[in-house]
Design a protein around this ligand. Sequence first.
Ligand SMILES: [Zn+2]
Length: 250
Amino acid sequence: MDNPIAVRLNALASLQLLDSKLDEIHRLRGSLPEEVSDLEDDLEGLITRRNRIEDDINKLKDSIKDKKNKIEEFSGQIKKYEEQQMNVKNNREYEALRKEIEYANLEILTSEKKIRQFNDQIEQKEDLLKETEKRVDDKRQELEDKKKELEVIIEDTKTEEKKLQSLIDEAAQSIEDRYLNGYRKIRRNMRNGLAVVATDRNACGGCFSIIPPQIHIELKQRSRLIHCENCGRILVDQSFFDDVMEKNFS
Ligand SMILES: [Zn+2]
């Protein structure tokens, strides 16, 4: 393990092993973080909807108050006109007041009709509000359960994750940027996140295509960085992984 290539391969194998272990933790958490954030969005949407319904109800109540004030105002006017009717000097004046009273009565009727309509609307909105509030409660509960589920998994794996992350940082530091970037690029392109693989019975451990005997000899010699001709992954001898396992996890 003295030649620089072997050292580099060893560092890459270490990094791969550690990254894979961290991937496994993230897989364990699965889609939970995403589900939590979806639920948070849903809840926010429902709360906005509930607030809007509450606003609507308050506006309707204000409108009813306005109409009631109007009715009171017109009732006052009617009373005033009726008193004036007692003291009119002629028929024309009486008739003019009668028309004013008629108009005021009509306004009162219209306002009363409006109030009934607003009350009907309030009743509908209150049903909707109740229904929406229940949905908010249910969603909140669902979110809390999901969060708890995620917290338990995070709690269980936190120490391991932390340890892995610091080992990953350490391993990454010992690799030249050029190789580190190459490794990460391959890793990003692989669904299973494997950029460094061991050979398995003369086949690439990533894509299982056969490795030519000459390459196999070179792998044993550890004389250069070799990529699988088929999938592009970095190939190493299984012994590298065994060494890393022994070093970090025994
Ligand atoms: Zn391959």
